[in-house]
Design a protein around this ligand. Structure first.
Ligand code: HEC
Ligand code: HEC
Ligand code: HEC
Ligand code: HEC
Ligand code: HEC
Length: 217
């Protein structure tokens, strides 16, 4: 076999090849991490193990978010209910529906249903539900009209810029606490959202932080 390249040229070609591969990988990583999340997250609506519909349970049956997401007022996390909660009704209602087979199984064997997680901020971000929902910020501001969703969809970007937009102008999103779970609530006729929002902001003494350490500790 005649030698095409000198041994040292082989080494160099190897290095060039390696740097192209690494460069490509780095580029992909950058696009993945720094690409505008608006385009990758909003609209994400994974199919769930059980065809549970918020439109049916909240929109039509009128259930409150708190019946199932019981921790949202007291803790950083809004929990997803256990199958025990579903069986409060479904031992009697639609008790033999094939759509509820997995719920009945989970209830009897004690293994939780494997719901797909939809919303998640990175580990280096502090987020707390209770500080928002007890201070006049409704679920609808951050999750959209869940009461009309058959399948839950990621509705807002949950990016840093999006958090800060509201923290700089909270009056655009504030409402009296008693209407936080009423996703369809609107200011009374003749009042604008900013008027109501400014009033609530003053009344509750709301100050939404914009300094880095509030969200990154
Ligand atoms: C009957 C129980 C029930 C009620 C009432 C209910 N939810 Fe849910 N919610 C669930 C279940 C179960 C899931 C997980 C499956 C899914 O995503 O559909 C869920 C998921 C969610 C998620 C997505 C969680 C994630 O993975 O990121 C949001 C947001 C949410 N609910 C908001 C609400 C809001 C807002 C209300 C009130 C308007 C509400 N829910 C009322 C049971 C309920
Ligand atoms: C407060 C009572 C109540 C609770 C709690 C409840 N449901 Fe329901 N669910 C209903 C009613 C009422 C219907 C509608 C029945 C009908 O169409 O006649 C329904 C319908 C359904 C259906 C459609 C069944 C079919 O055959 O059409 C599914 C699936 C379902 N629920 C899942 C769940 C899950 C999962 C949970 C727990 C996260 C849950 N439900 C909690 C009352 C409840
Ligand atoms: C200020 C914005 C905001 C408001 C208001 C809000 N959420 Fe969330 N929600 C989020 C964010 C951000 C996440 C992701 C949290 C994480 O990764 O820890 C989330 C996650 C969730 C989850 C998934 C479980 C969890 O805790 O991570 C559920 C369920 C949920 N929200 C339900 C609700 C309900 C119900 C309400 C109204 C009572 C509500 N949220 C109000 C921003 C909000
Ligand atoms: C729709 C409006 C809105 C959005 C969106 C929002 N916030 Fe807030 N947030 C508020 C308001 C209003 C307060 C101030 C509450 C008060 O004065 O007690 C607040 C307070 C906070 C606080 C301070 C809590 C404390 O312990 O004092 C943190 C941290 C925070 N938000 C994080 C976030 C993060 C992270 C996001 C994005 C994932 C976010 N917020 C999105 C309205 C919002
Ligand atoms: C109101 C809450 C909030 C405040 C205040 C805040 N951040 Fe963030 N930051 C976030 C959230 C949420 C993310 C995650 C963004 C994502 O996942 O798209 C983030 C992500 C980041 C990232 C990762 C890169 C990126 O853009 O995704 C850096 C770096 C960062 N923040 C720095 C800062 C600095 C510096 C400050 C102060 C000038 C600051 N943050 C203030 C909420 C906040």
């Amino acid at each position: 076999m005649p030698q095409v390249f000198t041994p040292s040229a082989d080494v160099w070609l190897g290095r060039i090849f390696l740097s192209l591969v690494l460069g490509g990988a780095l580029l992909v990583t950058c696009v993945y991490y720094y690409g505008p999340p608006e385009y990758t997250r909003v609209g994400y609506a994974p199919s769930q193990p059980v065809a549970f519909s918020h439109a049916q349970h909240v929109g039509q049956l009128g259930m409150s978010c708190l019946y199932c997401h019981t921790n949202v007022e007291q803790s950083p996390h809004a929990n997803v209910p256990t199958s025990q909660t579903c069986m409060n009704c479904h031992t009697a209602i639609k008790a033999t529906s094939p759509l509820l087979t997995l719920v009945r199984e989970s209830y009897s064997n004690g293994n939780p249903l494997a719901w797909e997680r939809i919303h998640q901020v990175p580990d280096y971000v502090q987020f707390n539900h209770s500080v928002h929902v007890n201070r006049g910020v409704s679920c609808v501001s951050c999750h959209g009209k869940v009461n009309e969703m058959t399948v839950v969809r990621h509705d807002k970007p949950l990016s840093m810029g999006w958090c800060l937009d509201c923290h700089r102008h909270p009056e655009q999103n504030l409402r009296p606490n008693e209407h936080v779970y009423q996703l369809d609530w609107k200011p009374l006729l003749g009042q604008t959202q900013s008027e109501v929002g400014k009033q609530i902001q003053q009344q509750y003494g709301i100050k939404a932080p914009v300094e880095c350490s509030a969200c990154h500790r």
